[in-house]
Write a protein that binds this ligand. Structure first.
Ligand code: SF4
Length: 366
């Protein structure tokens, strides 16, 4: 049986089919392209459909994940990234374990975020065991907080060690599904290696998040559709996407976003991502605020269901700029906590209680 279209237009019909594939064939690139080209009333219908699918699968409450950018050291040279090793612009820092623990305690005490996300460059200046120890101590001292790590490609046994220490989740974006484009932008890594890391994490029972940048130079709308389909194929627990923002301190600095002339594409991509991945946690990433006033608020109304405020100690924030115009670098953690509550209140969306684990599968019991 096939569902009747939600509206008498092709966007409404395709949106229904993609959201409920059990009533039709799994989506293919050709199914997504009309949605990624939607305009006018069709675009409004697409956003409304994405918001309805988000509401049906994730509810109204918004999980809050507080990000602590604990080191901006990285040995890699990704061509778009402000943290690349050869960029002399940022002052390099590494928070001590006691500072990371203090940040986690502060997040737990504020009682707003249910997760601490520990993010750094791929070589943050800690040994694998150092990081395991930090995770263990956070889990012991603040057991109510879920812990997400995001420090790049690692061997499977390292992920397993961190999981055993208490890591609940891991974030590792694949950035683009096109192998050639990936190779051009990432001199230190291949797409195959990145995808193997993601398979390793999933096989270990770690809640796995990934995602991509929208509009990398060289991206086509077909690649964008494939990025969305790859997220669906991997059945990620969390999917973070955001507009590519050129950073003048990088080799890609003078190359504009592939959709610079059509910024609606950023939200089209988000809405289609939601339709194709109905029960994934999808954050309203900070890059939306960098390219649109109140971009994260719009994202929460067009498919996103998670908010990730910055909880990095304020003096360090200015040195963790993957791209220019990153919001919230002058605020402190208390400002960000107040801001997120006000933004969600204005949208009529409550803050989710607890860690808000994956909607797809129960967390691994350790
Ligand atoms: S994207 Fe990640 S791995 Fe690449 S240079 Fe930046 S911090 Fe390092």
């Amino acid at each position: 049986m096939r569902f009747a279209p939600a509206a008498a237009d092709v966007v409404g019909f395709l949106a229904m089919e993609i959201s409920f594939p059990q009533h039709g064939k799994p989506p293919e690139r050709a199914d997504l392209l009309p949605l990624l080209r939607a305009a006018g009333a069709d675009l409004d219908a697409l956003y409304a459909r994405a918001d309805a699918v988000r509401r049906a699968h994730c509810g109204e409450a918004v999980p809050i994940r507080a990000i602590v950018e604990f080191s901006n050291y990285c040995a890699n040279g990704c061509l778009y990234c402000g943290l690349r090793a050869s960029n002399a612009a940022p002052h390099r820092y590494r928070m001590a374990p006691a500072e990371i623990l203090a940040a986690a305690r502060q997040i737990a005490a504020a009682g707003i975020a249910g997760t601490v996300v520990l993010q750094a460059g791929e070589t943050p200046g800690y040994s694998d065991e150092d990081l395991a120890s930090v995770v263990r101590r956070i889990k012991t001292e603040t057991p109510a907080l879920a812990i997400t790590l995001s420090v790049g490609n690692r061997p499977r046994d390292v992920y397993a060690r961190w999981r055993d220490a208490g890591m609940d989740r891991y974030l590792l974006r694949f950035e683009t599904s096109a192998p050639d484009l990936f190779a051009r932008l990432h001199p230190d890594c291949t797409l195959a290696a990145r995808l193997q890391c993601l398979r390793d994490l999933k096989s270990l029972g770690v809640q796995t998040g990934s995602g991509f940048m929208i509009g990398l130079p060289g991206e086509t709308i077909e690649i964008l559709a494939d990025n969305i389909l790859l997220c669906r194929e991997f059945d990620f627990d969390m999917i973070g996407i955001g507009p590519y923002v050129p950073n003048p301190d990088t080799p890609l600095g003078d190359q504009p976003n592939a959709y610079a002339a059509d910024p609606d594409m950023f939200f089209r991509a988000l809405a289609v991502l939601r339709l194709a991945n109905p029960d994934a946690h999808i954050p309203a990433t900070t890059a939306f605020d960098a390219v649109f006033p109140n971009g994260r608020d719009l994202a929460l109304q067009r498919g996103a269901n998670v908010f990730m405020p910055n909880a990095t100690p304020s003096p360090l924030r200015k040195d963790y700029q993957l791209y220019p115009g990153k919001p919230c670098i002058d605020e402190d953690a208390t400002d960000c906590a107040r801001c997120v509550q006000a933004r969600l209140h204005a949208l009529g969306r409550p803050v989710a209680q607890g860690p808000a684990h994956s909607l797809k599968r129960p967390p691994t019991t350790r």
